[in-house]
Structure formats: structure tokens, C-alpha cells
Design a protein around this ligand. Structure first.
Ligand SMILES: [Ca+2]
Ligand SMILES: [Ca+2]
Ligand SMILES: [Ca+2]
Length: 257
């Protein structure tokens, strides 16, 4: 996702959202342990007074906030209308460019396909300040950002529809810049966390995560330690892209892979 934004005088925020799964029912992510994404920024103006928030949960399907369920009438449509009221403009989403043949796909705000414009459910949205991830300077390379969900946040994820990034201008006249965000992953684990009898050092979390997204690399990659793993599990795949590891954090902060 490329988010090129400009927040002029008199305006305070701008946001962009991505479905957890495109055109699918809302997802129960209460067993999720964390969310990770990669980000880099360019040409950030007024960074000291600009904040970036990550949201996930029961986020509104009404992309243009006009209280109407906007959707295309056919796969040949030029897109459904996005009413940009602040700029008095109407944009078309989901068209096929200039050939007026559509994009062979029926685009709609109704992401969960229940024929209802599902509204925001504030009690079931996790909001995290991820300003520290970026915006303070210009990054030329990708930065990996991770947020580990708290127990109460997990309970807010039972009907998750979208991930949303919101840029807020807290002060100053203009904020502007370009954010490039990719590789958004929600990590869970088939392993259940259970505390041992020794209550001095319980497990904080356990999750399955792509090996490349862990800050705590195992001593040796699995395919290096056991080359047969490649033939058994990664035929026609690049192990570095697919390999996951189990990451466990203990109450004292130590991590094991
Ligand atoms: Ca709408
Ligand atoms: Ca379309
Ligand atoms: Ca809907």
C-alpha cells in the first residue's frame, strides 16, 4: 500500500484501510498473538507533530463515510463512487483504467458480502500508536514493526474486517508525505500458552512467526541444520520466504525460538 497524503490547514487526519481478507466474512482473530508490517517513508513534512496509528478490528465498510453502500453494478463497471467531500470530488474505485471494460471484478464496499453496510464498532477496534515506527525521519530501507496484542486487545478481535492506518496532525499548518506499507501479517500459534507451577517466570506469549520477521534469530536456520527439511517441506518453494518458527517470551523478558 502506498499512502501519499497531505493534511492542509484546517484538516487533522487522513486514513487508509485494507481488508483482513478481501471479500470474505469478518475474521475471528481472538487467537492472534501479534501483527507485523513493514514500512518506509519519504518526504515527511511536519514529522514532529504528526502521529501514525494502526487499527485492526470491526472497522466500518463505509469507505467514504456517506452512509451509502457503494458498489459496482457489474464487472464491466468503471468503479464505484468514492465521495471525497473534503475536496468536492468523486473518485471511482475498482475500475479498469481507461479502457472502460472494468477490471473483471465486482468491486464493493460490502467486503463481507452480507448486503449490509457494516458500521464501525468502536468497542472492538484495537488502536496502537506506531509513530515510533517511522515519521521521525526519512527511511530509505524497510523497517519491520511489530505489535504484540494484550489479553484485552485479543478479545476485541472477534469480528475483524480491516486493518487501518491513520495519520493525525496534532499541530502545525501542513503535514504531508508518502508512506509505503507492506507485508502485513497477523500471527497466531497452534500452541497454547500454559503457565508452569513456577509462577516466578510465566510465559507472556507464544506465537508462530515467519523466521525472517523475528528479531530473535535462532542459532541456526532449520534448513541449514537439517538440509532434508528442504526436500520434505519446501519443494518448489524458497525456505527463507516460508519458514516459520515458534517464538516464546517469558515474563522476565527473555525470548526463546
Ligand atoms: Ca459509502
Ligand atoms: Ca470492478
Ligand atoms: Ca457488509
Amino acid at each position: 500500500m502506498v499512502m501519499e497524503y497531505s493534511i492542509p490547514s484546517g484538516k487533522t487526519w487522513v486514513g487508509a484501510q485494507i481488508p483482513v481478507i478481501k471479500n470474505a466474512e469478518k475474521q475471528d482473530l481472538t487467537d492472534a498473538e501479534s501483527i507485523t508490517f513493514k514500512i518506509k517513508s519519504q518526504d515527511i513534512i511536519n514529522s514532529a507533530n504528526t502521529k501514525l496509528y494502526l487499527q485492526i478490528g470491526s472497522i466500518s465498510e463505509d469507505l467514504d463515510s456517506d452512509n451509502k453502500l457503494d458498489r459496482e453494478s457489474s464487472v464491466y463497471s468503471d468503479g464505484f463512487p468514492f465521495n471525497d467531500s473534503s475536496n468536492n470530488a468523486v473518485l471511482l474505485i475498482g475500475g479498469g483504467g481507461n479502457n472502460s471494460q472494468g477490471n473483471s471484478y465486482l468491486d464493493t464496499e460490502d467486503n463481507d458480502l452480507n448486503d449490509i453496510l457494516d458500521k464501525e464498532d468502536d468497542d472492538n477496534i484495537v488502536t496502537e500508536d506506531v509513530t515510533g515506527a517511522d515519521l521521525s525521519t526519512e527511511y530509505s530501507s524497510w523497517k519491520l514493526v511489530r505489535h504484540v496484542f494484550t489479553t484485552s486487545q485479543k478479545k476485541q478481535l472477534s469480528n475483524s474486517s480491516y486493518v487501518r492506518f491513520v495519520v493525525i496532525k496534532e499541530s502545525g499548518t501542513d503535514s504531508a508525505g508518502k508512506l509505503i506499507i507492506g507485508e502485513i501479517n497477523v500471527e497466531s500459534s497452534p500452541f497454547k500458552v500454559t503457565a508452569g507451577n513456577d509462577d516466578e517466570n510465566d510465559i507472556t506469549y507464544a506465537r508462530e512467526i515467519f523466521e525472517r520477521n523475528s528479531d530473535y534469530y535462532p542459532p541456526e536456520k532449520l534448513v541449514d541444520a537439517y538440509p532434508e527439511v528442504k526436500d520434505i517441506f519446501f519443494q518448489n518453494m524458497v525456505p527463507e520466504n516460508e519458514q516459520k518458527v515458534l517464538e516464546v517470551q517469558w515474563e522476565d523478558g527473555s525470548i526463546q525460538i
